[in-house]
Design a protein around this ligand. Structure first.
Ligand code: G
Ligand code: G
Ligand code: NA
Ligand code: MN
Length: 259
């Protein structure tokens, strides 16, 4: 299988990278954190994006090694950002596949943070409902351990798929990420669709805040969407309007120019 070969080669030749996308405060547009997004930078084929890689890595069991490599890259990038004035308190959100929640994860993460002198409070663990749907006591124990260690837990793609409100009650969730389809529906479709989208987002915001969670909007591409989401009371946002996911070198340059 071609993709399996790409994955093995990428592990061996060090082609995996953690791109970064800023997450901004919707009030003032300032960067509050970054999401790490995996990329396989193939020397001939170019950038291969994660969706397919992760599916195949989960099937053939290489996801543990892939996930660990991306985690190393992501934390290394956070350490580099930390050397920049103004970016030394930003947080880093990292996506995790359900199969990565093994009992060795907390120890591996702790060792990486120690190595780079980074506080666990700056790490956000992004999970989807797929992690919680497993209903596996071992997975729950790992999540609880990470939460007690000081990391925050974000529930990704909220409001779509099988994401259930009860997860906010049953798991130590700190951040709710409203799926980008909600952002898109704010500015497309009929007036009625747009009005109902605003109601749904407001409802998610109200419930999330009452559960003590902060709320992040995904997929913001226009100023109009930013303004609407800010008015709807969401806390943070990310999307192409602010920045595409980019390599650490580009991100450092961009931040240096802005400061
Ligand atoms: O960046 P992009 O839009 O191509 O990401 C596609 C999908 O891959 C998204 O659902 C994203 O959450 C997921 N993804 C990106 N990076 C990682 C990663 O490091 N680990 C896991 N498990 N998923 C990731
Ligand atoms: O599943 P998750 O929410 O982690 O996936 C995030 C995905 O969305 C990544 O593939 C990322 O590259 C992509 N993304 C980030 N910002 C935008 C945006 O403004 N518009 C669109 N269409 N995709 C975005
Ligand atoms: Na994510
Ligand atoms: Mn998402």
């Amino acid at each position: 299988h071609e993709m399996e070969q790409n994955i093995e080669a990428a592990l061996k030749e060090d082609w995996f990278e953690a791109y970064l996308q800023p997450i901004v405060s919707l009030g003032d547009g300032r960067i509050a954190g970054f999401e790490a997004l995996m990329r396989l930078n193939h020397p001939e084929k170019g950038i291969l994006s994660p969706a397919k890689i992760i599916g195949i890595a989960e099937e053939n069991g290489s996801i543990a090694r892939v996930g660990e490599r991306v985690l190393e890259k992501a934390i290394g990038n956070l350490a580099r950002l930390t050397q920049l004035e103004g970016a030394d308190t930003t947080y880093l959100a990292i996506n995790f596949s359900p199969l990565q929640f093994t009992e060795t994860l907390p120890h591996k993460l702790a060792a990486l943070l120690l190595k780079h002198h980074i506080s666990p409070a700056r790490i956000v663990i992004e999970i989807t409902e797929a992690v919680l749907m497993l209903d596996n006591p071992d997975v729950h124990a790992v999540l609880k351990q990470l939460s007690e260690f000081g990391c925050r837990i974000a529930l990704d793609d909220f409001g779509t798929g099988y994401s259930s409100l009860s997860y906010l009650n049953r798991f130590p969730v700190d951040i709710v990420k409203v799926d980008q389809s909600f952002t898109r529906s704010l500015s497309t479709g009929t007036a009625d669709v747009r009005r109902k989208s605003r109601m749904l987002i407001k409802g998610i915001r109200t419930i999330s805040h009452q559960m003590g969670c902060t709320v992040v909007a995904e997929g913001i591409e226009t100023k109009e969407q930013w303004e609407l989401l800010r008015k709807l009371g969401l806390d943070y946002g990310q999307g192409y309007l602010f920045s595409r996911p980019m390599p650490i070198e580009n991100m450092l340059l961009m931040l240096e120019m802005e400061s």
